[in-house]
Ligand binder design. Structure first.
Ligand SMILES: [Zn+2]
Length: 64
């Protein structure tokens, strides 16, 4: 199964966050990313925000 990841550097934020979150399933990844965004960036956990996050999911290994 391919690894999936979200690179927080690609997300609009003012904190210059450099976290990359990776998981094997899109669902798992989305949950982790939402928790990170809410806790660290103060985002609201909304369907629209989840939609935005799922659009930022990459398949493969995160770049070093
Ligand atoms: Zn972040």
């Amino acid at each position: 199964m391919a690894r999936k990841y979200i690179d927080c550097r690609e997300m609009p934020s003012e904190s210059n966050c450099t976290v990359t979150i990776a998981a094997d399933s899109e669902q798992e990844l989305l949950e982790a990313a939402v928790q990170h965004a809410v806790k660290v960036h103060g985002h609201q956990d909304t369907p629209a925000f989840r939609q935005q996050l799922s659009g930022a999911i990459h398949t493969g290994a995160p770049p070093a």
